[in-house]
Design a protein around this ligand. Structure first.
Ligand code: SF4
Ligand code: SF4
Ligand code: SF4
Length: 245
């Protein structure tokens, strides 16, 4: 029998689910091997009988919690899909502002209609089995994880930093171009997407395990930059890590 899988979203731009839909030809192989029973962005049919749940988005309000716990109870395997789900992502920017002001800024005189609380990744609420990192997720990595799950294997996700991939690609370091970069402490796996296009890494794949923050500080110092100058960049995706530490 084919494994039944379902996709869910919480606070997100739905760009990671769009990456799934964009798989097109590659997805056909996967679709043949699984039974997708719920995927709001791509289909109208809906069943709550599933074994693998892919969850996109971060948790930003009280009523998200029982919904996420219900998904966790049903799913034998729960996979966090994209930076909003894996690390809190850009939604955590609001955690650095008074929440009442944020609510009024977004919803104006209807602010009281919408509840909010500090944003958190999904593993702050329920246990997560596997993570597909990035903003958005990388299609190749998604396929790799899905294929591993279908084979009953643990997906291999890099634990080394972006700098390794960046150097392998022969890129000019963006520090040499006068920019800051979180590559020394960010988990690889995107092929150093941004530095390859002369942009800095903003950390969307989350921190490596035991990040060497001293190495990051030394690189900043070497190029005459301060930690404060890098903090704004750090908060784009990694704000939850900063608040939670
Ligand atoms: S991780 Fe990025 S692309 Fe994916 S849902 Fe969140 S904001 Fe959108
Ligand atoms: S600091 Fe950034 S640009 Fe420099 S090598 Fe590392 S990932 Fe590449
Ligand atoms: S280089 Fe950094 S910011 Fe860019 S996609 Fe990779 S992890 Fe994300």
């Amino acid at each position: 029998m084919k494994p039944k899988i379902a996709f869910f979203d919480f606070a997100s731009c739905e760009g990671c689910q769009l990456q799934v839909v964009n798989l097109e030809a590659e997805m056909l192989d996967v679709v043949g091997a699984v039974d997708i029973v719920q995927f709001r962005e791509a289909m109208t049919e809906k069943s709550d009988d599933y074994a693998i749940a892919f969850v996109e988005g971060s948790i930003t309000r009280e009523k998200d919690i029982p919904r996420l716990k219900k998904i966790r109870e049903q799913a034998a395997i729960l996979v966090a899909l994209g930076a909003c789900a894996t690390i809190g992502g850009v939604n955590c920017l609001k955690n650095f502002q008074p929440l009442e002001e944020v609510r009024k800024y977004v919803y104006g005189d209807k602010a009281d209609w919408y509840e909010t609380f500090p944003t958190r990744p999904i593993d702050a609420v329920v246990p997560v089995d596997y993570y597909i990192h990035g903003c958005p997720i990388h299609k190749d990595e998604l396929l790799k994880v899905v294929k591993s799950l279908l084979l009953g294997k643990k997906p291999e996700i890099p634990t080394y930093p972006i700098c390794v991939e960046c150097k392998r690609a022969g890129n000019v370091c963006v520090f040499e171009l006068g920019s800051t970069c979180l590559g020394p402490v960010t988990r690889a796996g995107c092929g150093a997407w941004c530095p390859t296009h002369r942009d800095n890494c903003a950390g969307c794949r989350g921190l490596v395990p035991d990040p060497n923050t001293n190495a990051e500080k030394e690189v900043l110092k070497k190029y005459g930059l301060t930690v404060d100058q890098a903090v704004g960049q750090f908060r784009i995706f990694l704000g939850y890590a900063e608040v939670a530490k």
